[in-house]
Design a protein. Structure first.
Length: 207
């Protein structure tokens, strides 16, 4: 964990628009926030909602709004992230309940899970310089999810459908109303950006 004064410096840089600082700052809060989410997922939706689902949505909002964060200390930052996560989880639970009452298909089609995230990380680290070992791999998973939340919506959607939900190229294309060629392009560009992020993070991974 980054020392308090270092976190404070990271926060100042993140608010100022420093992408690498934002990546590292969200990375340092990853585990604590994931535990909070996991502990608060109601049993009734646990089979269709994972902590990583909510974590990614939380980080999307964090990337979008970090520049407006005013309380410049890291405890307040975690509280802010936790509030976003709680709201996202509440929204997801309500959506699931509404879908169930309406007799429709549940809002989340869980085809992936931990194994799909592992597969995505395999693709990301295949041509990126990163430390080796199980601890480093866990860190690579965290920075991959943090960076995924910062991708353009089309990139993030294509990667999520294709690799995290395990859909075929044809299914992904149909869902996004795109050609299969377009899906290949989106995924390739997104993977390149994720690899670049892992490369940038090499100076603080495993510290």
């Amino acid at each position: 964990m980054v020392e308090q004064n270092q976190q404070q410096a990271l926060l100042e840089r993140a608010v100022a628009g420093d992408r690498t600082a934002t990546e590292q700052l969200l990375w340092t809060h990853y585990d604590r926030l994931q535990r909070f989410i996991d502990q608060n997922i109601p049993p009734v939706v646990r089979s269709t909602v994972s902590a990583d689902d909510i974590l990614q949505e939380t980080f999307v909002v964090a990337w979008q709004q970090i520049a407006d964060f005013e309380e410049r200390h890291t405890d307040a930052l975690y509280t802010w992230l936790r509030t976003i996560a709680k709201n996202k989880l509440t929204d997801r639970v309500r959506a699931q309940a509404a879908a169930k009452r309406g007799g429709g298909k549940q809002a989340v089609d869980k085809r992936g899970g931990d194994s799909s995230m592992a597969d995505l990380v395999d693709l990301v680290i295949a041509s990126a310089k990163s430390p080796s070992g199980s601890v480093a791999r866990r860190e690579a998973e965290r920075i991959t999810l943090v960076t995924l939340a910062h991708l353009k919506e089309d990139y993030r959607r294509a990667i999520t459908l294709r690799y995290l939900e395990g859909r075929s190229v044809a299914e992904t294309a149909a869902t996004m109303d795109r050609t299969e060629r377009s899906i290949h392009m989106l995924c390739n560009r997104a993977l390149k950006k994720l690899r670049e992020a892992l490369g940038r993070s090499s100076h603080y991974l495993s510290k």
